[in-house]
Design a protein around this ligand. Structure first.
Ligand SMILES: Nc1nc(=O)c2c([nH]1)NC[C@@H]1CN(c3ccc(C(=O)N[C@@H](CCC(=O)O)C(=O)O)cc3)C=[N+]21
Length: 283
């Protein structure tokens, strides 16, 4: 039995279409479009590609975007000044600080300066804390996208046994929180976990966000499970994930492809956060 493919690209496209329609209504009412500011520090080629994707996505649905390209050797104080200026700019609704930053900069200092109401990455301690409290806030994009993909399968999350592999602040930790908030019984695995496959084989919902290429094999998966692969590895120009897809698809009940799964959802959730941030101050 081959797993049902969770088509993140199509789901993301539907979400983007609905946001586009909402923005068209806003414009018909004579209001300005939402505006996203993207701060790119240095010239990391991958970051330039991702920023390009985000700006293209904004343009395709009517969100304005501004790029702020800063020198790779900028000081922490200088960077802070730019973040504060965007906080104070009423024409800017969302602020995204493209990661990773150059090694000499401390990301959390810069991220935590972002006004939580403009933190469309959902990475500030305030928004991460609101998530734990189950209070409204801007939620981080990849985790929110993972939850949409899980919900699209129709599999009941409440009471399900979930395993999250990876505990990064960007991905693993917020996903585990969201699954807990949705009533799942969550096991968080990390590189120190002993007998990981024994635990993953019990998971009805398996989210893999380890950054380790092809770590999860077919025999690590419970037959019929929902498998969400957050990994993104580029080898010889081909993208693949943390899960060995060809083995996993013969065991899982639902599975996300790489590319075409979580990635497009990250962008769609960013667009949704921009509209949410705009609406809070303009509608
Ligand atoms: N402040 C910040 N927020 C981020 O959300 C953030 C970041 N920094 N730094 C880099 C990572 C990476 N990221 C991706 C977004 C979309 C795809 C995506 O759309 N991937 C496509 C493939 C795209 C391609 O072909 O390259 C897919 O998986 O189908 C991938 C990766 C967001 N990031």
């Amino acid at each position: 039995m081959s797993a049902k493919v969770i088509d993140g690209k199509a789901i993301a496209q539907n979400i983007r279409l609905s946001i586009k329609e909402q923005i068209e209504k806003i414009r018909e009412d004579g209001k300005r479009a939402p505006c996203l500011a993207v701060i790119l520090v240095g010239n990391d080629p991958a970051s330039e590609v991702y920023v390009g994707h985000k700006k293209k996505a904004c343009a395709s649905i009517g969100i304005e975007s501004r790029s702020l390209e800063l020198p790779g050797d900028i000081s922490q104080d200088e960077l802070s000044k730019h973040v504060k200026a965007l906080n104070d700019d009423p024409a800017i609704d969302g602020i995204l600080l493209q990661l990773p930053l150059p090694k000499h900069l401390i990301p959390e200092i810069a991220i935590d300066l972002i006004d939580p109401d403009k933190d469309v990455d959902g990475l500030t301690a305030m928004n991460q804390g609101l998530l734990v409290w189950k209070r409204p806030g801007l939620v981080s994009c990849t985790p929110a996208g993972v939850m949409e993909l899980i919900r699209s399968t129709g599999v009941k999350v409440e009471g399900a046994r979930a395993v999250v592999m990876g505990r990064s602040v960007l991905v693993g930790a917020p996903i585990a929180t969201m699954l807990c908030n949705a009533g799942a019984t969550v096991n968080c695995l990390n590189s120190k976990t002993v007998n990981g496959p024994e635990l993953t084989r019990q998971a009805d919902i398996l989210v893999v966000a380890t950054g380790v290429h092809r770590l999860v094999r077919g025999d690590h998966i419970k037959p019929g499970a929902v498998v969400i692969d957050v990994g993104m590895h580029r080898h010889d120009g081909k993208l693949s994930g943390d899960v060995v897809y060809d083995e996993a698809k013969d065991v899982a009940g639902h599975i996300t492809p790489v590319p075409g799964g979580v990635g497009p959802m990250t962008i769609a959730m960013l667009m949704r956060n921009c509209l949410t941030a705009y609406s809070k101050n303009n509608l």
